[in-house]
Design a protein around this ligand. Structure first.
Ligand SMILES: NC(=O)c1ccc[n+]([C@@H]2O[C@H](COP(=O)([O-])OP(=O)(O)OC[C@H]3O[C@@H](n4cnc5c(N)ncnc54)[C@H](O)[C@@H]3O)[C@@H](O)[C@H]2O)c1
Length: 272
């Protein structure tokens, strides 16, 4: 038996694109990929470009990789296509995509969510992913080397998220957008594995904000976090760093037989 298991987690020379790279999870993911040896494109909204560029500079200095930043609204189809082409031209190609940009849910009174808000969340969480993944797939097929796409879904795509005891609210736009993302992950995985492109997802539970990013979701208040913390097996939220091993695993050859898989990292929340 050869001792090459840890080698298979390395990403040396790979080109990784992280959307929502200026946010909490994306920032940590960009760091994890760079630490594993990948060149990284940090992609976020135009108004976050300054922060994205700062992160790219930090990665280049800290890990000695090539890093670049890009500002684009990922709801803009032509903009996404151009962004993928520009990133591929700058880094050489795209091998890894972490489709991670997202927005918080509506948390409106029961069955009172306005359609405009529903559409905002579906656009922000699902349409962005659909556009980025399909544009990146076209580049990967063009360049003929396969690749790995990891979509950030959520445990909220598989269960109704709790509020404080005995309170309900409508956060279904978020769950519906993440359920769509889970389904899309599996469907796209089946379509593109013949090109050597693997598509998988991660589904985190509530993540604790860490330095380097803010919690996007102001629809989650302290009482909800408290409820979450006492009512699930692990009895705590997820430290963002606890997701990084799973992300590097899915990005790398270590997961070469994982196709359309969802890596649920929720502290056991969905067991009960
Ligand atoms: N925070 C949690 O507890 C949690 C739990 C499960 C899943 N998630 C998911 O993880 C992902 C990252 O969340 P986070 O907590 O790091 O949030 P965050 O707000 O810190 O990061 C999200 C980033 O996405 C960017 N973004 C949003 N819409 C965009 C668009 N149209 N174009 C370009 N960029 C856009 C934002 O500017 C932001 O930087 C999201 O998809 C979220 O749904 C988060």
């Amino acid at each position: 038996m050869q001792n090459f298991t840890m080698e298979r987690f390395r990403l040396d020379g790979k080109k990784a694109l992280v959307t929502g790279g200026a946010g909490m999870l994306g920032y940590h993911a960009a760091n994890a990929f760079a630490e594993a040896g990948a060149d990284v494109a940090v992609v976020d909204l135009p108004q976050c470009l300054e922060r994205a560029q700062k992160i790219a500079d930090e990665l280049a200095e800290k890990y000695g990789v090539k890093a670049t930043a890009y500002g684009v609204d990922l709801c803009d189809e032509a903009g996404v296509d151009q962004m993928c082409r520009d990133v591929a031209a700058k880094l050489g190609t795209i091998d890894i995509v972490h489709s991670n940009a997202g927005v918080g849910g509506s948390r409106t009174p029961d069955y009172e969510t306005p359609l405009s808000d529903y559409m905002r969340v579906m656009q922000g969480n699902f349409v962005t992913m659909f556009l980025v993944d399909t544009a990146a797939v076209r580049i990967m097929i063009r360049d003929g080397h396969g690749g790995s796409i990891i979509n950030t879904c959520s445990m909220g795509g598989s269960c109704v998220m709790q509020g404080p005891p005995y309170e309900t609210f409508d956060n279904s736009s978020y769950g519906a957008s993440k359920a769509a993302a889970l389904y899309f992950t599996k469907s796209l995985a089946a379509q593109v594995i013949r090109y050597g492109i693997r598509v998988n997802s991660i589904s985190p539970g509530h993540i604790t904000p860490a330095s380097g990013g803010q919690l996007h979701d102001d629809s989650i208040d302290e009482a909800t976090i408290e409820t979450f913390s006492i009512s699930q097996p692990a009895k705590r939220t997820c430290d963002v760093d606890e997701l990084m091993g799973g992300l590097v695993y899915l990005a790398s050859d270590a997961s070469s037989y994982c196709v359309g898989m969802d890596l649920l990292m929720d502290g056991g929340h969905t067991l009960w």
